[in-house]
Design a binder for this molecule. Structure first.
Ligand code: GLU
Length: 383
């Protein structure tokens, strides 16, 4: 992609999700207030270009820990789950106060939005959150979004704010995602360990990247890091939104980056996008089990765009009810997709390997011919 195409792609964005992590926002002794002031000036500059901006911010846990650590010298108490949640309760207020103060100085209204995965996995509540965010944007406020850490249960956390931000892109239909990090963008190998690592200006086809290999196999989500940033970018790309992974070090300029200044990595959107509804069903829940399919079914799904029939299933892992989200993988372990199952796991085990015409005889009824309908399936998921 040449520089002018890059500029016009970025300049055409009207609704931007900016994500900033704790590493950018915090210093030894707490929140970096100069950084917050700088960030809100950058947000204001984007708004002057007629862009609506939503900010996904971390920093609550880090800010809370710094405030409490003098009174709570037992470090283990600060890092277990209740400790993180309690620290977040302390730090979220501080964080919001600082954003509110810095934005008000520029005449901008800040709005705190705390989301949970549990909340957004119900379609009605998801649509409710979307309506609220739309109203805030109509009013010209800047939504400042974080996970509601205090009530998030471990199994159903977003995991990290990269994930939360990419789901926010889907929630509000943003057309640009800017992920501010402590690194200078994406490298083909880990630059800390490989002096010959090459910086990538543009990633044209993120679905073709071997993301775990680029991250030296460091694939733990929940800890931030390049792996979760690339997964988040891949999700945004599936929605048709480009991602700019940019250094959030002192003096960074969002406008300069949008005008084509070198630095950072631009991840281009996929050619074939998924609908917002499909995106929601694939990513707002965690798969409750796995369906293992044979090679014929894998081809039918990936090359012919078909639904998954019971005949192609060779195993079903986990226990789940009808309508649950399940992963779909090959016998060799390649994850092909995720989808909503028309049958519960025990029913699937009874009809797997059978023709659709045999479902009625086995189950006494055949409400669906497909185990997972194409419309309820997302291939190549970034999970
Ligand atoms: N919600 C956490 C916080 O505000 C951050 C999680 C993350 O950085 O990914 O501290």
């Amino acid at each position: 992609m040449n520089a002018s195409d890059r500029r016009s792609l970025l300049a055409s964005a009207r609704r931007v999700v900016v994500k900033v992590g704790s590493a950018v926002l915090t210093m030894e002794d707490g929140l970096d207030l100069n950084m917050i002031r700088h960030l809100v000036r950058e947000i204001s500059a984007l708004r002057q270009r007629d862009m609506q901006v939503l900010l996904v911010t971390s920093g609550a846990v880090a800010a809370g820990r710094r405030r409490i650590q003098f009174m709570q010298p037992d470090a283990a108490h600060l890092s277990d789950l209740p400790g993180r949640q309690a620290a977040s309760a302390i730090g979220q207020g501080t964080l919001m106060h600082e954003y509110d103060r810095a934005l008000s100085e520029l005449g901008i209204v800040a709005a705190q939005v705390l989301l949970t995965r549990e909340g957004l996995r119900q379609r009605e509540r998801f649509l409710n959150a979307r309506n609220t965010l739309e109203r805030l944007l109509d009013w010209g406020a800047v939504p400042i979004i974080n996970e509601n850490d205090t009530v998030s249960v471990k199994e159903l956390q977003f995991g990290d704010n990269d994930t939360l931000a990419s789901l926010t892109v889907g929630l509000v239909g943003a057309d640009l995602f800017i992920n501010l990090t402590s690194a200078d963008g994406v490298f083909d190998k880990n630059p800390d360990q490989n002096p010959d690592a090459r910086h990538l200006d543009v990633i044209e086809d993120i679905s073709a990247l071997d993301i775990p290999a680029m991250c030296d196999g460091k694939t733990a989500v929940g800890s931030g890091g390049m792996y979760s940033k690339l997964l988040a970018a891949r999700r945004a790309a599936q929605l048709g939104a480009p991602t700019l992974i940019l250094s959030g070090r002192k003096g960074f300029s969002l406008c300069a980056a949008l005008d084509g200044a070198p630095g950072g990595t631009l991840v281009l959107p996929c050619d074939r996008c998924v609908s917002s509804k499909k995106f929601w069903l694939a990513y707002h829940d965690k798969p409750a089990g796995t369906i293992v399919v044979d090679d014929g079914a894998a081809r039918a799904l990936c090359e012919l765009g078909r639904s998954l029939l019971p005949a192609g299933i060779v195993a079903v892992e986990g226990e789940f009810p009808q309508g649950a989200l399940a992963g779909i993988r090959t016998q060799a372990g390649r994850v092909l997709g995720v989808g909503l199952c028309n049958y519960a796991s025990d029913e699937l085990r009874r009809i797997m390997g059978r023709k659709s015409t045999e479902i009625q005889a086995e189950l006494g009824a055949c409400p669906y011919e497909e185990a997972v309908h194409r419309d309820n399936m997302l291939l190549d998921p970034a999970i």
